[in-house]
Design a protein around this ligand. Sequence first.
Ligand SMILES: Nc1ncnc2c1ncn2[C@@H]1O[C@H](COP(=O)(O)OP(=O)(O)OP(=O)(O)O)[C@@H](O)[C@H]1O
Ligand SMILES: [Mg+2]
Length: 254
Amino acid sequence: MENKSRIKMSLQNISKSFHSRKETQEAVADVSFDVYENEFLVILGPGQCGKTVLLNMIAGLESPTTGKMLYEGKEYHGVNDGFGLVFQKTALMDWMTVMENVEFGLKIKKMPKEERRAIAQKYIDLVGLNGFEDKYPRQLSGGMKQRVGIARAYSTNPGVLLMDEPFGALDAQTRYLMENEILRIWEQDKRTIVFVTNNIEEAVTLGDRIILLSACPARVKDIYIPDLPRPRDNISTEFLRIREEIEANTDMAL
Ligand SMILES: Nc1ncnc2c1ncn2[C@@H]1O[C@H](COP(=O)(O)OP(=O)(O)OP(=O)(O)O)[C@@H](O)[C@H]1O
Ligand SMILES: [Mg+2]
């Protein structure tokens, strides 16, 4: 894989505890891994294991209790310009059109209108929403809203795209379609992607590498590297073998 060896970001001994008056809850415990440039990294873990807390720390939305995070070799704290975020429920602005939603991040950065329109259009086209520029979020299906979210994240030219169960709220068929779509988009415009899921099949379909987390507190249990050509055939012997291997190593039913 191209640039496989170049490290884009690193987590070093990251932990997170929440303190309340009664108790301390550890959500993430001593997590370390590197993310390589342009890889599709999947973080797979059971429900409530600490995936979102981990991703929020990477995004700078929460600070780790211990440990260090590096982006392009430099330690960082707080929100980092280099990241684009896509969540399970993409919070689109209801009163803005698809075009306005996608170009919003660029508008904030005070990019001139013509320039930001061109960039937004490029990513609207890339995610397959050409012709929907003037629609409002209420006129879109769940899958289309996630496409807008992906276009919006991409348009700010992030070094790393952080995705937290972006297809988790979609029906099975749309989810399957969107998994193929995100791979197509990524192939056409390579980025480093950190993709969180609790779905083993999705992880094996998408990941260059899969970081398997334990139940809460999240620790790195294992790392898998599916050596399967894309698009991956989810009923091939090798696909099923990896899926079963991960299933057997998972802390609870995902
Ligand atoms: N701000 C907070 N204060 C206290 N506890 C928290 C806070 N945020 C998360 N937690 C706890 O940390 C644990 C992990 O939560 P997290 O949302 O990261 O899990 P998750 O793996 O993303 O779950 P899901 O699969 O449901 O998305 C949970 O037990 C949760 O209650
Ligand atoms: Mg979560």
